[in-house]
Design a protein around this ligand. Structure first.
Ligand code: ADP
Ligand code: MG
Length: 461
């Protein structure tokens, strides 16, 4: 190990002294039981370093909420136990769990008994079933088609369901999987996961297993097929998998965020395969459907908690009217409002709801790399183009590295994607930038201060 990296390692050395349950007790004392049990109780201490700790939170929403309201106080409590801690970082432990009802425990069950552990990812969510899928104008045809193939397969092959985010595609195709898994060997996988396994199998020389495994299914369900856009090798493999399944009359179900003919950068032969069966869309829910979904959620809540959530009809219709057309968000808003009314032990009125909705919108705000670049270059008073240029002088290189670091921390973009946004740099350059900034912000208060300020500008409007 060279000297420099030894120093970094040393800086990051773990030295576990924190008594997390003790800290949690202090948090409960200082915040009170309501806030503590609503927001802070489930925070986990994941890792402890000399100068910072990594805390695990359940969802992105929780992270934003906690970070914007309670982070300083949490840090102060931690400092009381370990003075060297300068900051806390949050890590989301259960990705996408905000789409689940926070009041019901989700148990992921495996459908088929897969011995081989590389194949241990075939999971259906028991909470996404036909019984709790609420049907309205916008999803009726998709719903009926999904039901149909469960009784009368082969007629519609493949079934292709498309529509915008949070409209129930995964829920529907998962329901198909649950229904058919009673009598079939069901394979349910996201296109992204499919690629991950594909690459892993190539690296480990296990392509034969890979092919065998996928082709064994007699129901093959693949989520978010748009992911294969622009990925030639993956398309090749998918095409062959598709054909061999199709040839043996396995039912194939596909979801996508757009129609087959709109899948740019996908081979024509695949597009024609995808549209060769039944193509249906799910649209944005109207008011009636949103209301029906809320009523269903209230029932679920009642069944779980044996009490009626304290929401007036007026508030319920306000949520249905005013929330976005994304059903995932609608449910998120509902959960949040119910949590608040439980916490405050009162019936919320519309203006309470407005405040809560506003906070949620803020917390869910999407940060783009463009915005990060703009704010960062502004902050350092340099020209955006110069910041992205190939010049290596420090006054340009540092802000560039900071912007890359923030792009990694504040967006969900991958390293190669970030590299491309920075005048086509390589992903290793991004890794280097992230490491450099991390190291500097541990050693320099100035650096940390700048980053915090830039971050707060990015997140503030
Ligand atoms: P997509 O895959 O289209 O992005 P999901 O299937 O993940 O959307 O749905 C998002 C959330 O909304 C999930 O919690 C799902 O259960 C819920 N949802 C969507 N549509 C319905 C519906 N018609 N009835 C009940 N819940 C729904
Ligand atoms: Mg989905």
């Amino acid at each position: 190990m060279d000297k420099k990296s030894f120093k970094i390692q040393n800086n990051l050395a773990e030295e576990n002294v924190l008594d997390w349950s003790g800290i949690q007790k202090n948090l409960e004392n200082s915040f009170g039981t309501e806030i503590y049990s609503s927001w802070l109780k489930n925070i986990a201490l994941l890792k402890e370093y000399n100068h910072y700790v990594i805390l695990g939170v359940q969802t992105r929403f929780f992270r934003d909420w906690i970070a914007s309201r309670y982070a300083d106080k949490i840090l102060n409590q931690i400092k009381k136990h370990k003075i060297s801690i300068e900051r806390i970082e949050f890590k989301i432990q259960e990705e996408r769990s905000d789409e689940k009802n926070i009041f019901t425990k989700t148990v992921e069950s495996k459908v088929t008994n897969i011995k081989d552990n590389i194949l241990n990812y075939n999971r259906l969510n028991p909470n996404f079933n036909f019984d709790n899928f609420v049907v309205g104008e916008s999803n009726k045809i998709a719903f009926l088609s999904a039901k149909k193939i469960c009784t009368d397969s082969s007629r519609y092959n493949p079934l292709f369901i498309y529509g915008g985010v949070g409209l129930g595609k995964t829920h529907l195709i998962n329901s198909i999987g649950l229904e058919l898994s009673k009598n079939n060997n069901v394979m349910f996988i996201s296109a992204e996961r499919f690629m991950y396994q594909f690459i892993k199998s190539i690296k480990k020389n296990e392509m034969v297993n890979f092919k065998d495994f996928f082709r064994k299914a007699n129901v093959f369900i693949i989520d978010d097929i748009q992911f294969i856009r622009g990925k030639e090798g993956l398309q090749e493999e998918f095409f062959h998998t598709f054909n061999s399944l199709f040839d043996k009359s396995s039912q194939i179900v596909i979801s996508s965020d757009r129609a087959p003919n709109k899948l740019d950068r996908v081979q024509e032969r695949i597009k024609s395969r995808l549209s060769g069966g039944l193509v249906v869309d799910v649209g944005a829910p109207d008011y009636d459907l949103k209301l029906k979904i809320l009523k269903k959620k209230i029932l679920e809540f009642q069944n779980t908690f044996k009490e009626y959530p304290n929401l007036s009809e007026e508030v319920i219709s306000y949520i249905a009217k005013d929330s976005s057309s994304n059903i995932r968000e609608l449910i998120g808003v509902f959960n949040r409002i119910v949590a608040f009314s439980k916490m405050s032990k009162k019936q919320l009125n519309i203006s309470d709801c407005k405040i809560i909705l506003k906070d949620i919108n803020k917390a869910n705000k999407i940060v783009t790399i463009d915005k990060i670049q703009k704010v960062t270059s502004n902050f350092f008073s340099i020209d955006l183009e110069e910041m992205l240029s190939q010049r290596r002088s420090r006054p340009l290189a540092r802000p560039r590295q900071i912007a890359m670091y923030l792009a990694k921390k504040l967006t969900t973009r991958s390293l190669p994607e970030i590299g491309r946004k920075f005048a086509n740099r390589d992903h290793t350059t991004v890794i280097h930038a992230v490491k450099t900034v991390e190291r500097l912000s541990i050693n320099s208060g100035e650096m940390k201060k700048n980053i915090d300020e830039i971050k707060s500008i990015i997140l503030s409007d």
